[in-house]
Design a protein around this ligand. Structure first.
Ligand SMILES: *Cc1c(COP(=O)(O)O)cnc(C)c1O
Length: 424
């Protein structure tokens, strides 16, 4: 049995009572996004035939073609493609970067250094000759965010006016940094700055963890391309693998040539029976994201009550599903992950321990008891083992199970607090 002490349960009830309005806002947002998804299904006349698997080349796969159009509608973009055969979020981003950039071009990240796995793709890390952007003569520059997680607009404007920038790149979710997530108002600002300066740079957005957290998605605000993973938000916990790209017709056509082959683009690609779970996942996604958001807000409020620093804070606006909880103690990080894991539907008997993961500088601990390997729309937590020992918690297919996981994690942290105070 997942053990939850009466005192933790009492704190949880008090906490939840304070969150009623916040939860109502989350439900309302889910309703709006559900309507958008349902309308797209209606407009594209989804029928049972759409779910038929294709094999081989997959010519004229009507389910695949309709799904691309639905995805474009939901992302409020001119065009999109979504494929189970895109291996991960990192792979989708790779397709986007190589799709748009050419030798001699400059990519400018305006939200600081991108997510860890992007660094070897760009060529910030990794060996020469591994096929990075750098290997192909594509230059990279970055501009840090301001202290308050807004764009350094002057620096961006100056750099764009100097000319020669082909891509302005933004990452909304913080990855393993301790900044705040960025909302689409920041994307909108970036688009405005690019236009003001007369730059013709593409605006490209890493949308991982952010889908359906707001009313609109980045293309609505003028982003040329937004990119994400199906084992995060838009897969709704149903898609078993995949990624998507959505944006302008021109950008999507370029990326499609890179995804498959120049000259072939989106004409082929057997769906092998994966289409239905992607449709179903998209249908569930607004609701599932709401469950994850409630779980995040609940954990923020509970750990704030327990005296920990959390980002975003309980009352902060939510632009992604990730919750940072700064535990300031390696043992508490391990305890948190142990508790969360123990309340997972899969691998509840497993004890997560820190390990040296390829591509990461510090040891990393991960708690994940998911139906789909590595799925982080399912309740999961991870932390690099370095000060300030911040746990990154996300997901929760249902609020009830998310709440259980957080309570189990809180219970373990409280136990360690007790042990620590006994020692004093
Ligand atoms: C998860 C994530 C990625 C990469 O996704 P993978 O599926 O793990 O490859 C990229 N950027 C951000 C901000 C992410 O959160």
């Amino acid at each position: 049995m997942v053990e939850i002490t009466p005192s933790v349960l009492r704190q949880a009830k008090e906490t939840e009572a304070e969150l009623r309005e916040e939860f109502e806002r989350i439900d309302e947002r889910a309703f709006q996004n559900q309507m958008k998804v349902l309308n797209a299904f209606r407009e594209e006349r989804v029928s049972t035939e759409c779910f038929n698997p294709t094999t081989g080349y997959g010519y004229d796969d009507m389910g695949r073609e309709a799904l691309d159009r639905i995805w474009a509608r939901v992302m409020e973009a001119e065009a999109a493609f979504v494929r189970h055969s895109i291996l991960s979020g990192t792979h989708a981003l790779t397709v986007g970067l190589f799709g748009l950039l050419r030798p001699g071009d400059t990519m400018l990240s305006v939200t600081g250094t991108p997510y860890d796995t992007l660094r070897s793709i760009i060529g910030i890390t990794g060996e020469d000759g591994n096929g990075s952007l750098k290997d192909f003569g594509i230059r990279y520059e970055e501009i840090e965010l301001e202290e308050d997680s807004t764009l350094d607009e002057d620096a961006i404007r100056r750099r764009l006016k100097a000319g020669d920038v082909k891509m302005v790149y933004l990452q909304k979710s913080p990855g393993y940094s301790t900044r705040r997530p960025l909302g689409n108002h920041i994307v909108k600002r970036a688009v405005e700055i690019v236009r003001e300066t007369g730059s013709r740079a593409y605006v490209v957005v890493d949308n991982c963890y952010a889908e359906f957290c707001e009313e609109h998605e980045p293309p609505y605000y003028g982003a040329d391309l937004c990119i994400g993973s199906l084992i995060k938000n838009p897969g709704g916990g149903m898609a078993e693998s995949g990624g998507y790209l959505a944006g302008t017709k021109e950008a999507i056509e370029k990326c499609a040539q890179r995804y498959s082959c120049p000259g072939i683009g989106l004409e082929i690609g057997a769906s092998l029976g994966h289409t239905k779970s992607i449709y179903k996942g998209l249908f569930y996604a607004p609701h599932t994201v709401a469950q994850a958001l409630k779980t995040a807000v609940f954990s923020a409020a509970l750990f704030e009550k327990m005296g920990y620093e959390v980002i975003p804070a309980k009352a902060d606006p939510r632009y992604d599903i990730v919750q940072q909880i700064s535990l300031k103690d390696a043992k508490k990080v391990e305890g948190f992950c142990r508790g969360l894991q123990s309340a997972s539907p899969v691998d509840s008997h497993v004890t997560p321990i820190p390990w040296a993961m390829p591509g990461y500088q510090d040891e990393v601990i991960m708690a994940a008891g998911a139906f789909t390997q590595g799925s982080s729309i399912e309740l999961s937590a991870d932390a690099p083992m370095r000060y300030p020992f911040t746990v990154y918690m996300q997901g929760g297919l249902t609020y009830e199970s998310g709440r259980l996981g957080i309570l189990a994690a809180a219970g373990e942290v409280i136990n360690i607090e007790k042990q620590n105070s006994d020692k004093l």
